[in-house]
Design a protein around this ligand. Sequence first.
Ligand code: SF4
Length: 230
Amino acid sequence: MAEAAAQLEEYFVTEDCIACDACCNDFPDIFVMNAEHTRAIAKEKSPVGKFNPWDIVTVCPVDAIKLVNLPMPAKPEGEKKVEAAPAETDNSDWERRWAAVRDRLEPQWERMKRYGMASSIDEEKDRYIVRFDMPAKVPNHRLKFKWGLPDDMPEYKAAVEIHGGNVKIRAKLEDEKVKKLCGWVNSFPEGFLRELNFPVPIKSHRLNYDPETRILEVVLEKAQPERQAA
Ligand code: SF4
């Protein structure tokens, strides 16, 4: 008498895959990356009950994983990742707009801005001036277009903390809709922290932001300005 075979879930990765590795890292028994590192492959079926299929399909940032041989179970309460609200304006051509830019490489400088690394420090007699080139563009991603997010990066809120010569400069993205993209796009943290140590104590700071150039200037006044030579 033939034994009833264990029921298996079969997954498929569509051509939308952006080779982010998330499924291969989280579910290595099921997914592997292809040799060209261009698309994940569902190499093995998974016994029913081993994982919740929603955990598997929602690990993918671009909805490229499908359960193909069984119906999906009821959606669990509180999904791991919540999609942003749909765009209020007509966004019906988002796929065309995404297709037009999907192969464009982002300049490294724009990426550095999101980590507070696109910066410079100048010293004057009684102050230091730290300048940050702030992020200008929301990074391209399928969900940016699907969610109807803007191309121009919303402004960051900056704060400075001073302890003697130690200065912490924080900048944080506040726009809730754009912030939702941070969990999906590589190299897109919600903000940055730069910690700087100066040889003299700092007594106060001033923030100047120019929205035209997107330069954030942090002026740090020295507590003991150097004496001019007589
Ligand atoms: S998680 Fe999605 S995009 Fe990332 S490798 Fe797997 S299938 Fe591709």
